[in-house]
Each structure stands twice: as structure tokens, then as C-alpha cells.
Ligand binder design. Structure first.
Ligand SMILES: Nc1ncnc2c1ncn2[C@@H]1O[C@H](COP(=O)(O)OP(=O)(O)OP(=O)(O)O)[C@@H](O)[C@H]1O
Ligand SMILES: [Mg+2]
Length: 237
């Protein structure tokens, strides 16, 4: 795919330019991202690999506006994210981003279905549970709507978390080691579901993972090293 053409064709692409992120510590300044560039097309599924501490989670948090860069820009379509005020940036985070974390972070006192619907309640757009049920069905949890997290297996909890990340129909799904605490076959099963949903819903999917096998199923695989991204598999960074 020719890069210039992609940008024109895809109104909701992500364009990251010259991104720096440093953490100021009492005696030290830790530079994690050092002039990182990245373009992601709408509907692409990309994997970001790299050693522990390389900055994968840091990068996902910045794309998801959970954290701010030290300098550089992140564009989502026409939006220049870190030039937005707090309100519009929170709107972007709530409506355009779905986050799947390594640990599911489900609320223990709510059922599977209630957990899935929680982002809608927070956003004030809850009307009924229909879409939550559809999503739980999509992740093969049809019979588990009323189970509490403690009544679900690890893989099932992670699938509830995937459904929850999708309930606001985000354009971008950020998955930070979503299969990291699952055994190999459950991890593959969860990933296959992510892939199936992606094919159907056309979200842009950015996955941080240490799992080479899962990464190789993505359209592109990039490695985060020395604060920038290198291409491992695919056409471009
Ligand atoms: N809030 C923070 N304050 C200071 N340093 C931080 C902070 N968050 C992360 N770091 C440091 O930044 C570096 C990158 O962290 P990050 O969590 O992005 O790594 P990662 O690539 O996701 O690693 P892993 O594969 O272990 O999840 C690490 O060395 C970490 O110690
Ligand atoms: Mg991480």
C-alpha cells in the first residue's frame, strides 16, 4: 500500500509524529519514547512488540489519551489530540477508544453484562442491554450474562473485558497484552475472537504483545526499541 494514498483514503487514520515521552524522576530523567513516528490506517490490525520496559504501554496510553506526551503530535483523522481541551480530549477517549488491559479490571460486584454496559452508563448513553448481549454472544459468552467475575474463568473474564471495550463502538481498540495472563490455547482463542470481531466491526486494532505467534497474525508487526519503532513485518512504519 502506498503511504500517501492511504492517508487520503482513510479519514480516521492515526498519525504520530516525532513523539517523545520522558519521566522526570527525583535524580534522573527517563526517556522512553524518542522521536517515534507511526501511521495506522483505519481498520488495520497492528502488533507492537519489544522488550519489557521498551515503552509499549506508554505508547498505547498516549494514543488512548490516558497520558500526554512530552512533545510531538498524535492526530486521529482531523483531530490533533494534545491540542484539544480537556473536555474534547475526554470525549475522544470515551467515544473513540476501547482499552483491553492485561488484567481484565472487571468490577467484582457487577455481573458480566453489567460490566459490559458500564462504559455506556458512564457516558450517559445507556438505554438497554441489547448491544451488551450481542457482544457477549460474539465472544461466546451467551450463557454467562449474569455471572459475576468470580464465577468466570480467566479466559471468560478477559472475553467480558473485550466485550466491554467494544460497547461504545470505538474506532480504535488498544489491547495491552490482552492474552498475557492466559495459557497458550486460551490466549489463542481470545486472540481469534479479537480477530473475528475486527473483521466484522472494522475497528483499528493496536496490540502490544510479547507473543510472536499472535503478533504474526496481524497486518503489521513493529518493534519498539530505543524509543522508536522498527518494521518487522509489513509495508511501512
Ligand atoms: N509513571 C511512570 N513514571 C516513571 N517511569 C515510568 C512510568 N511509567 C512507566 N515508566 C517506565 O517507562 C518504561 C516503559 O514502561 P512501559 O510500561 O511503557 O513498558 P512496556 O514496554 O509496556 O513493558 P512491559 O512489556 O513490561 O509491559 C519502563 O522502564 C518503566 O519503568
Ligand atoms: Mg506494558
Amino acid at each position: 500500500m502506498e503511504l500517501g494514498k492511504c492517508i487520503i483514503d482513510s479519514p480516521n487514520n492515526i498519525r504520530i509524529n516525532n513523539l517523545y515521552k520522558a519521566y522526570d524522576m527525583p535524580n534522573d530523567r527517563l526517556e522512553v519514547l524518542k522521536g517515534l513516528d507511526l501511521k495506522v490506517e483505519q481498520g488495520e490490525m497492528i502488533a507492537i512488540m519489544g522488550q519489557s520496559g521498551a515503552g509499549k504501554s506508554t505508547l498505547l496510553h498516549i494514543i488512548g489519551a490516558l497520558d500526554r506526551p512530552t512533545s510531538g503530535s498524535v492526530h486521529f483523522g482531523d483531530l490533533n489530540l494534545f491540542k484539544l481541551g480537556r473536555g474534547p480530549l475526554a470525549d475522544y477517549r470515551r467515544s473513540s477508544i476501547g482499552f483491553i488491559f492485561q488484567f481484565h479490571n472487571l468490577l467484582p460486584e457487577f455481573s458480566a453484562l453489567e460490566n459490559v454496559m458500564m462504559p455506556k452508563r458512564i457516558q450517559g448513553t445507556y438505554t438497554n442491554d441489547d448491544f451488551g448481549k450481542e457482544l457477549l454472544d460474539l465472544v461466546d459468552l451467551n450463557g454467562r450474562f449474569n455471572h459475576y467475575p468470580s464465577e468466570l474463568s480467566g479466559g471468560e473474564r478477559q472475553r467480558v473485558a473485550i466485550a466491554r471495550a467494544l460497547v461504545n463502538q470505538p474506532r480504535i481498540v488498544l489491547a495491552d497484552e490482552p492474552t498475557g495472563n492466559l495459557d497458550g490455547s486460551t490466549g489463542t482463542m481470545v486472540f481469534n475472537l479479537i480477530e473475528k470481531i475486527q473483521a466484522k466491526k472494522k475497528h483499528t486494532f493496536i496490540l502490544a504483545t510479547h507473543n510472536v505467534k499472535l503478533a504474526s497474525k496481524c497486518n503489521r508487526v513493529l518493534k519498539l526499541e530505543n524509543g522508536t519503532l522498527q518494521r518487522i513485518h509489513g509495508n511501512y512504519v
